[in-house]
Design a protein around this ligand. Structure first.
Ligand SMILES: [Mn+2]
Length: 382
């Protein structure tokens, strides 16, 4: 029997670039295109993306082109795509969203400033697809209002999907959260979440799921990746009931974190690499390395360059007792920042951000960062 089927994916962060490894930009495209191929192979009726589609709200031309190519494949099969913004790709002020350029290929942006929905008919069933883009900082109080509104509007439809990109308690540490589980509307069949980069599903009435990111964006995703892999959700919906199938992505670059000391790190890397099962066509694993002890960066970089079967992000070296002593009677905050960061310019930025934070001036902080980075990037974990 036919029933509406869709793919839910999130946090693809295409256009992401590592400061040291050029390979990483391609990795994010590979995972993104593999996800699109999963949608095509699974004969979905539509696709939803719950935010951080692009790594920034003003992606580079390469990222826009990769997205266009993917959307053209969906469009050729008449598969529409619904997207909301995450914290990374939400347009600043009155900026134009990159995904919105592809409306003529069936890409529809939902819920930029408030809850928005569409009702579409697939396989003989009406499906309501609602979305609220990421709301944090000064917009946080509005989020609960919008969840409330989404619960009341058009509640006659049985097949109801809500898309949202937020940190929900208990899936994040409480001080990062914008809402709790019981703030979420209960009359949806499926709550499609974005923001958490690990996979998560929970039945709370509606089925709520974070599909996670499609590539490993930060080291703290490594444990989740080793347990669950990275993937997408294929969801069947009918009569208000949903059935979720997880599909793992194969193109993800394996990643391990090795923490060791100056004497043993080579041995530890070798043993960790040999315990990784990687197919012949698999990508070389990425090793993030942290060494405790007295060793120079030059030595470490020279030693690790001998590994042909792995690539390395910039190693971290933790020398013991690296925090210099400060005359506490006379030191001010700036001296601490300078001692800790070992960089006058960074200390200066830290002071400015600190001043803005104290007056809860988020725009002020954004401005400092925009000045530093030329208005086109940000750096938040999820
Ligand atoms: Mn993200």
């Amino acid at each position: 029997m036919h029933m509406p089927r869709f793919m839910h994916f999130s946090d693809t962060h295409i256009g992401y670039r590592s400061l040291v490894l050029d390979e990483r930009e391609q990795d994010f495209y590979d995972a993104f295109h593999e996800a699109i191929d999963v949608a095509l192979d699974s004969s979905v009726d539509f696709v939803i993306h719950t935010g951080d589609l692009f790594d920034t709200w003003v992606p580079g031309n390469r990222a826009i082109k990769e997205f266009r190519n993917a959307v053209m494949k969906l469009n050729a099969k008449n598969i529409p795509m619904f997207v909301i913004f995450g914290d990374h790709d939400r347009p600043r002020r009155n900026g134009e969203p990159a995904a919105g350029i592809f409306d003529f290929l069936g890409v529809q942006v939902l819920g930029r400033d408030q809850y928005e929905y569409v009702v579409r008919r697939f396989d003989g069933e009406d499906v309501l697809i609602g979305g609220i883009s990421n709301m944090k900082g000064y917009m946080k109080p509005k989020l609960k209002e919008e969840y409330g509104r989404s619960e009341k509007i058009e509640d006659g439809y049985r097949n109801r999907i809500l898309m949202s990109h937020q940190a929900i308690d208990p899936f994040f540490v409480p001080d990062q959260c914008e809402a709790k589980l019981n703030d979420l509307p209960m009359n949806f069949s499926y709550i499609a979440m974005g923001h958490l980069h690990d996979f998560m599903e929970r039945r709370i009435g509606p089925l709520i799921s974070y599909p996670g990111s499609t590539e490993i964006k930060s080291e703290n995703e490594i444990n989740g990746y080793l347990k669950q892999g990275k993937g997408v959700n294929i969801v069947d919906i009918r009569n208000g009931e949903v059935d979720l199938q997880r599909v793992r992505l194969k193109s993800v670059r394996p990643q391990i974190k090795v923490e060791s000391d100056a004497e043993n790190y080579i041995r530890d890397i070798t043993s960790r690499l040999s315990s990784l099962k990687i197919g012949d066509d698999g990508k070389k694993p990425l090793v993030s390395l942290e060494i405790h002890g007295d060793i120079s960066m030059e030595t470490v970089i020279q030693e690790i360059s001998k590994f042909d079967d792995a690539i390395f992000s910039r190693p971290k070296i933790r020398k013991e007792s690296t925090i210099p002593s400060i005359h506490t009677e006379t030191a001010d905050l700036r001296d601490y920042f300078t001692a800790y960061l070992k960089d006058e310019r960074l200390a200066d930025l830290a002071m400015k951000i600190m001043a803005h934070s104290r007056s809860e001036d988020i725009e002020g902080i954004m401005k400092e960062i925009e000045v530093l980075y030329g208005d086109n990037r940000q750096d938040t974990p999820d």
